[in-house]
Design a protein around this ligand. Structure first.
Ligand SMILES: *Cc1c(COP(=O)(O)O)cnc(C)c1O
Length: 383
């Protein structure tokens, strides 16, 4: 089977993890601090707070804003369910807004339609790596004192208005799950420019301790810590951070390769009438974390039947981005109409795209998709 995604991991990551183990320091320590600094710099932020996942990072971000019961946070339903769940963890209510059909992202118009006097924040997602138009959201939200938080889980290496996604973000949360471009197995980061949030974020991820465990162990003198507030254990380990530091050095190469493969998909699928493909928006560039396509309106097969057809031809594709409001966990949750979200979640699928994908594998995917849409396919050796 041709997989939908495959992490880029080499001997260097194995070595780095082994060195962390041999050093005897495996919990959060010096490698986490180095990874925070390097990652934040790469995405244009002053500070990085490493956490155990993007999900815990999103929770930390909403918590840092003091959001809780009685508050509303606007989120896209068209996202991995963790986006909405992170709001629920604080006791606040996620309010679903619809998305743009070309980017799959929230827009100022879709957000405006669901704002209420209780809205405290908007959690905008750079979905599948496609940068959202954050400036237009800020223009809408700033005068209302509504904070814009970024779910940048998929967006490492994407750009917005010529700068890395994350630049100028109030708070952005990132994922290092293997389904994303950079991986530490599990892991995440929250980036920001405000130092006081970095200080409090580091405390919140470590039980609310006044002095981090790492500082207590590395300092000579005996220090007795205090627990300043009820907090969490959202720590990343030094083994993971060691892997992350190596991965970060690969980011530019990974993005370049994904964009090259995506450009080839665009060429090979250009002749499929009515097929819409994810692409760069006007305001930035995507890292193509996922290469999604929306089936033509007159597709002879429904999306799930296309997935089955692809599987029978050795291609492991995936359904497109989920819609949280359609899951049992959100049954009965109040919401307005979400027509674009429902169209995209029903009609899109994600095609295989991974760093060491060969032209032959890509041809197999293209032929399988065309065949499932009843179109003629190039026979072997034509390309
Ligand atoms: C993957 C993903 C998450 C969750 O990331 P984890 O690191 O697995 O917790 C959150 N939001 C979006 C948009 C994602 O794609």
């Amino acid at each position: 089977m041709i997989p939908v995604m495959r992490p880029v991991l080499g001997e260097e990551e194995a070595q780095a993890a082994a060195e962390a183990v041999r050093s005897g320091w495996v919990a959060q320590g010096p490698r986490v601090a180095a990874f925070e600094e390097a990652f934040a710099t790469r995405v244009g932020a002053a500070h990085g707070v490493a956490v155990s996942s993007c999900t815990t990072g999103l929770h930390l971000a909403v918590h840092l804003l003091g959001i809780g019961a009685g508050d509303e946070v606007v989120v896209p339903s068209l996202s991995f369910i963790a986006t909405a769940n992170a709001v629920r963890y604080t006791g606040a209510t996620p309010v679903f807004a619809d998305v743009d059909p070309d980017t799959g992202n929230l827009t100022a118009d879709t957000v405006k339609a669901v704002l209420t006097p209780r809205t405290k924040a908007v959690m905008v997602v750079h979905q599948a790596g496609v940068p959202a138009d954050v400036e237009s959201l800020r223009a809408l939200c700033d005068p209302l004192s509504v904070d814009v938080v970024e779910d940048a889980a998929c967006a490492a290496g994407s750009t917005y208005q010529g700068f890395p996604v994350g630049t100028g973000a109030l708070l952005a949360a990132w994922s290092f799950h293997p389904r994303k471009l950079l991986t530490t197995g599990e892991g995440g980061m929250v980036t920001m420019d405000r130092e006081e949030w970095a200080v409090r974020g580091r405390r919140l991820r470590e039980h609310g301790m006044s002095v981090s465990a790492a500082d207590r162990h590395s300092g000579g003198a005996a220090v007795v810590e205090e627990y300043l507030e009820t907090a969490f254990n959202y720590r990343l380990t030094d083994i993971q951070a060691a892997v992350g530091l190596v991965q970060l050095g690969r980011l530019d190469g990974i993005v370049a390769r994904r964009r090259e493969l995506a450009a080839r998909y665009h060429e090979l699928l250009a002749d499929v009438p009515g097929l819409r493909m994810v692409r760069d928006p006007e305001h930035g560039t995507t890292n193509y974390q996922s290469f999604w396509v929306r089936l033509p309106d007159d597709s002879p097969l429904e999306r799930n039947d296309v997935l089955a057809e692809l599987a029978s031809r050795g291609v492991s594709a995936r359904r497109g981005i989920m819609a949280s409001h359609l899951e049992p966990a959100y049954r009965g949750h109040p919401r307005g109409d979400l027509p674009v979200t429902e169209d995209l979640t029903r009609r899109t699928l994600i095609l295989p795209l991974f760093h060491d994908m060969t032209a032959g594998e890509q041809d197999t995917v293209v032929d399988a998709l065309k065949a499932s849409l009843g179109l003629p396919v190039a026979t072997g050796g034509v390309r």
